[in-house]
Design a binder for this molecule. Structure first.
Ligand code: TRP
Ligand code: ZN
Length: 505
C-alpha cells in the first residue's frame, strides 16, 4: 500500500509520524527463499534479472574487489531485503541512494534502503566490496579454491558467496556480465562469450557475457594462466576451452577429452534438441579437487578426472547438464534427479554409442549389484534429503528410473520425452512432479506407480527395469565374466563410476 506514503495533507503526515501505517505494510524480505533443504539459501521479496560484476583480482594476495550491480524487481512491499554474501562491503546503493547495511546469520547481507520499496517495481542495487575470499567461511567451510596461479569459484550448491552478492538459489535465474581485471599474463575465464579484452597499466580486463538465464551456482570464475582454444560446433556454436598451463601429466588426457566438446554437443543435440546457449566449452584449472561441475556454457573439470587417461564420459555428463539442469533448472534442491538422473543416463547412452554396454545392461548391472539390504535402496532419488543430495543412488538409481520409463513407454515416446522436456521448460525451472506430468502427457499413460517405485520407495523394487517380464536380466556382452545369473559389469562401468568422485568426499 505505498499510496499511503504520498497521501497529502497534515493529517496524513501526522499519522505517518504517530503510527507508521505505511511502514507496517512494508516488511523485510525473508532471509531464505523457502527451500526446505537449505532454509537460509536465497532470499525473499525480490527477483533478480541481471548481475553486472566489475571486478579486479590479484592472484598473489587473493584480493578480490569490485562492484556488483543487480537489476531486480520487488515481489512484496519491502522495508529491507537480504543478499547472500561473505566479502566485506563498503557501500550499498539502492536506486541511486545510499542504503544502510549489516550482516546476519551465516551469509546474509541485510540491506535497508533509504526509502521502502513498493511491490512490483524495478530496483537497482549497487554493492561495492573487497576481501580475501579464502579467509571467509560459512557453516565452517569455504568453496573458494586457490591455485598456484589464481583461484576458482565452481561448486554446488554453494559457490557465489565468495565472489558476488546474490539471491543464491537456482529458482532465481538471471543473465550475467562478468568483467574481471587480472595482472597481464593471467586470464580470467567465466561463462558465455568473451565480449572484449583490454590492457592498461599492467592489468588485463576480460569481459564475459552469459545472455541466457543462469542459476547462481552455475556462474563460474577462474583466474590463472591458461592456454585457450577456440572452435565451433557443427551447428555453429562457438567453443571456448581453457587449460591451465601446469596440468603436468594430465594435460594430454584433459585436452583429448575436452577438445571433443563440439562433437559431443552435436551428438547430444540428437537426443536433447538444439543446444540452448550462445557458447560452449570447458576449463581445466590446476585445482586439487576431484569433481566436475556443469557451470553454464563453461564446464569445470578437475585435472584428476583425467588421471587415468581421456574421459569423454565426464564430458558427456557435464554437457548433458546444459539441457538437464542448466537450461531446465530444478525448482527446489529436492528435485536434483531432474539434473543428475539424466546426466548419468546420457553417460549410459554414450556407453551404448561407444559399444561399451547398453543402457539396459547398465541398469541391470546397477540392479543386480545392490542387494535388497544395501543402503543404496534407502535413498529416494526423487527427494533424497540434503545429506544424500549427491549420493550415488541419485545418479545410478536415478538413471535406472529413466531406463524404467523408457521400457514402460517404448523408445519412440521415450526419446520424444527426452527431446521435448528442454523445449517444454526452456530457460525455466521444473520439479520431479512436473517431469512425471510431462511424461504422462506425451505418453498418454499414468506413470504414478513407475515413478513411485523407482524414485520414492525406500526399498529395492521387486523386479529390475525390464522390457517386459521375459527379459528380467539382459544378456551380458562384455566386461567381467558373469557369475551365475548376475549380469556382467559393462565395459564402461568403471569409467562412469569414476565421474562420481564428488560423493566419496
Ligand atoms: N553436479 C556435479 C556433477 O554431477 C556434481 C557435484 C555434486 C558437485 N556436488 C558437488 C560438484 C559439489 C562440485 C561440488 O557433475
Ligand atoms: Zn551431474
Amino acid at each position: 500500500m505505498h499510496r499511503r506514503l504520498i497521501a497529502p495533507g497534515a493529517l496524513a503526515a501526522s499519522l505517518l509520524l504517530a503510527i507508521p501505517a505505511s511502514a507496517a505494510d512494508y516488511t523485510p524480505g525473508a532471509p531464505g527463499i523457502g527451500d526446505p533443504y537449505y532454509p537460509a539459501y536465497g532470499n525473499g521479496g525480490y527477483d533478480v534479472s541481471h548481475y553486472d560484476l566489475r571486478l579486479q583480482y590479484q592472484p598473489a594476495t587473493d584480493e578480490l574487489q569490485g562492484t556488483a550491480t543487480l537489476l531486480a524487481t520487488t515481489t512484496q512491499d519491502l522495508s529491507r531485503f537480504d543478499l547472500d554474501f561473505l566479502l566485506d562491503v563498503s557501500e550499498v546503493r539502492v536506486n541511486g541512494a545510499k542504503a544502510s547495511f549489516t550482516t546476519s546469520g551465516q551469509h546474509e547481507l541485510e540491506i535497508t534502503p533509504a526509502t521502502p520499496l513498493p511491490k512490483g517495481t524495478p530496483v537497482t542495487v549497487v554493492v561495492r566490496y573487497s576481501g580475501v575470499p579464502s579467509t571467509k567461511s560459512a557453516y565452517g567451510f569455504s568453496t573458494w579454491h586457490r591455485t598456484p596461479d589464481g583461484a576458482v569459484a565452481a561448486d554446488e550448491p554453494e559457490s557465489a558467496w565468495w565472489w558476488f552478492p546474490s539471491n543464491d538459489h537456482p529458482s532465481d535465474k538471471a543473465t550475467y556480465d562478468v568483467s574481471v581485471a587480472v595482472p597481464d599474463g593471467t586470464q580470467a575465464i567465466s561463462n558465455g562469450t568473451l565480449q572484449s579484452t583490454s590492457s592498461r597499466l599492467g592489468w588485463t580486463r576480460y569481459s564475459w557475457r552469459s545472455n541466457k538465464p543462469q542459476a547462481t551456482y552455475l556462474a563460474t570464475l577462474a583466474i590463472g594462466k591458461f592456454d585457450i582454444t577456440t572452435g565451433t560446433t557443427a551447428a555453429g556454436v562457438p567453443v571456448v576451452n581453457a587449460y591451465s598451463k601446469d596440468l603436468g601429466d594430465n594435460d594430454g588426457a584433459a585436452r583429448a577429452s575436452v577438445e571433443r566438446t563440439g562433437e559431443i554437443v552435436d551428438w547430444l543435440t540428437g537426443y536433447f534438441g538444439p543446444y540452448p546457449f550462445s557458447s560452449v566449452g570447458g576449463y581445466v584449472p590446476n585445482t586439487t579437487t576431484g569433481y566436475a561441475l556443469e557451470t553454464q556454457t563453461r564446464v569445470y573439470y578437475s585435472p584428476r578426472q583425467f588421471a587415468n587417461g581421456s574421459n569423454t564420459s565426464v564430458v558427456v555428463h557435464e554437457l548433458a547438464h546444459q539441457w538437464y539442469g542448466d537450461d531446465v533448472s530444478l525448482k527446489g534442491w529436492k528435485d536434483i534427479w531432474i539434473n543428475e538422473g539424466f546426466a548419468r543416463y546420457a553417460q549410459w547412452l554414450w556407453s551404448e554409442h561407444e559399444g561399451e554396454g547398453t543402457a539396459q545392461e547398465l541398469a541391470d548391472y546397477v540392479y543386480a549389484s545392490h542387494p535388497a539390504d544395501d543402503a543404496f535402496w534407502k535413498v529416494a532419488p526423487g527427494d533424497p534429503g540434503p545429506d544424500n543430495q549427491f549420493d550415488t543412488a541419485v545418479y545410478d538409481r536415478g538413471a535406472v528410473a529413466v531406463q524404467a520409463l523408457r521400457n514402460e513407454v517404448g523408445d519412440d515416446t521415450f526419446f520424444a520425452i527426452l527431446k521435448g522436456w528442454p523445449r517444454e521448460h526452456a530457460y525455466g525451472n521444473a520439479s520431479v512432479g512436473d517431469f512425471q506430468k510431462y511424461a504422462e502427457k506425451v505418453s498418454g499413460k499414468s506413470l504414478a506407480t513407475l515413478f513411485d517405485t523407482w524414485l520414492f520407495e525406500p526399498s529395492k523394487p521387486a523386479a529390475p527395469a525390464a522390457r517386459g517380464a521375459s527379459i528380467a536380466v539382459a544378456p551380458a556382452t562384455a566386461g567381467a565374466p558373469a557369475t551365475a545369473g548376475a549380469p556382467a559389469q559393462p565395459r564402461s562401468w568403471k569409467k562412469i563410476a569414476a565421474t562420481d568422485s564428488v560423493h566419496s568426499g
